[in-house]
Ligand binder design. Structure first.
Ligand code: PGA
Length: 254
């Protein structure tokens, strides 16, 4: 049985003071939320220290939204895996479609970041997903297989068990258009089959695959109820305490 994992991807929202407000509000609701779920929040870099300090005694974990594949040196504007570790961050979102499409991150760069994260025992939340054009053009499986295979190159079996995959169809991110539970389940099943091809069934059965793209409190139950959907990566609906808490409550049945 895979433990679900629900992560809040705040993107370019919430500096330290908004982060503090959210965490104080969320912590006061935590006791009423299901226990059998890993909860992660991913604030922007400048808010990470505030988040890990406030959550040092909490079951809520903190994730970065990106990091450099480099350790140090002349890379203006970058943040390293070691720096994230130093401020007690435990997860890092890598390969988000906005990083791929707006900042030109390739599968090779994402792979280097995933390997670097594992080197310091940061857990990657590795994002994959197809555009509408790719899906409608019959390229869904080819696109996902390439993203997975190239993104996970040289990742060991043990590291794979500490990697979360987030399947996020690009056409569903921030659009309010959500994949149907069947579309999502079918694609998750395919993603898991690619992990089976690469790592064998005993690993693929344990790897958690989140769905992302317009997950809301009112569609979380249907989506997370699917056999191969092990949680959610949530943008818009994770910006308010009440909606993130409701989403977790509705999405996780104990
Ligand atoms: P959304 O974003 O929930 O606002 O669609 C999800 C994501 O990009 O991770």
């Amino acid at each position: 049985m895979r433990k679900p994992i629900i992560a809040a991807n705040w993107k370019l929202n919430k500096g330290p003071s908004d982060t503090e407000d959210f965490i104080r509000g969320f912590e006061s609701k935590l006791a009423s939320l299901p226990k059998g779920v890993d909860i992660v929040i991913a604030p922007p870099f400048v808010s990470l220290v505030k988040a890990t300090e406030l959550l040092s005694q909490s079951r809520v974990r903190v994730s970065a939204q990106n990091m450099s594949e480099q350790d140090n040196g002349a890379y203006t504007g970058e943040v390293s895996a070691f720096m994230l570790k130093e401020v007690f961050v435990q997860y890092v979102i890598l390969g988000h479609s906005e990083r791929r499409s707006i900042y030109g991150e390739t599968d090779a760069v994402i792979n280097a970041k995933i390997l670097k994260a594992h080197e310091v025992e940061l857990k990657p939340i590795f994002c994959i997903g197809e555009t509408l054009q790719e899906r409608e053009g019959g390229k869904l499986e080819e696109v996902l297989r390439t993203q997975i295979t190239d993104g996970l190159k040289d990742v060991s079996e043990k590291q794979m068990l500490d990697t979360v995959i987030a399947y996020e169809p690009v056409w569903a991110i921030g659009t309010g258009v959500v994949a149907t539970p069947k579309q999502a389940q079918d694609t998750h099943e395919f993603v898991r089959s690619v992990i089976t091809d690469l790592y064998g069934v005993s690993v693929s059965e344990k790897v958690r695959i989140q769905y992302g793209g317009s997950v809301k409190p009112d569609n979380a139950a249907e989506l997370l109820g699917q056999k191969d959907i092990d949680g959610a990566l949530v943008g818009g609906a994770a910006l308010e305490v009440a909606s993130f808490a409701d989403l977790i409550k509705n999405g996780v049945v104990e």
